[in-house]
Design a protein around this ligand. Sequence first.
Ligand code: ZN
Length: 148
Amino acid sequence: MSGLQDLYQTVIIEESRERRGDGAFADGTWTGHSHQVNPTCGDEITLGVRLDADDCIESIGWQGDGCSISMASASLLTDLLQGKSRDEALELIGEFRGVMHSRGQREPDVERFGDAVALGGVSRYVMRVKCAMLSWVALEDALRKSEH
Ligand code: ZN
């Protein structure tokens, strides 16, 4: 394990405790929401998104439970994508999916993904990719359903 991998591990553990966006689901008036489950690991999330009049993400809120990778991923996603435009967010979700399905061949761009690059290494563990993808799939679905 390199020093960088240790750092990423620390980010994932901290984010899984931080759970940014967790609990915000209950009090939101969402333009779209989505429920996703990952039966192989037991991860579950209900995520809501609110778009403003300019199609920018005003707020993301979720509730869920699961392994530290799935919860860290939801926290990192909330931090990264809040404030982004709908199109920008969909593009980043597509890029993240590409990295996650690369089996360790691709790394996320740090300029675009910030702290969420810590999840990049998960792509080497095929069984855990769904854990990392869960909240991103939920947001993608919520964005596609969004009306205002
Ligand atoms: Zn999991």
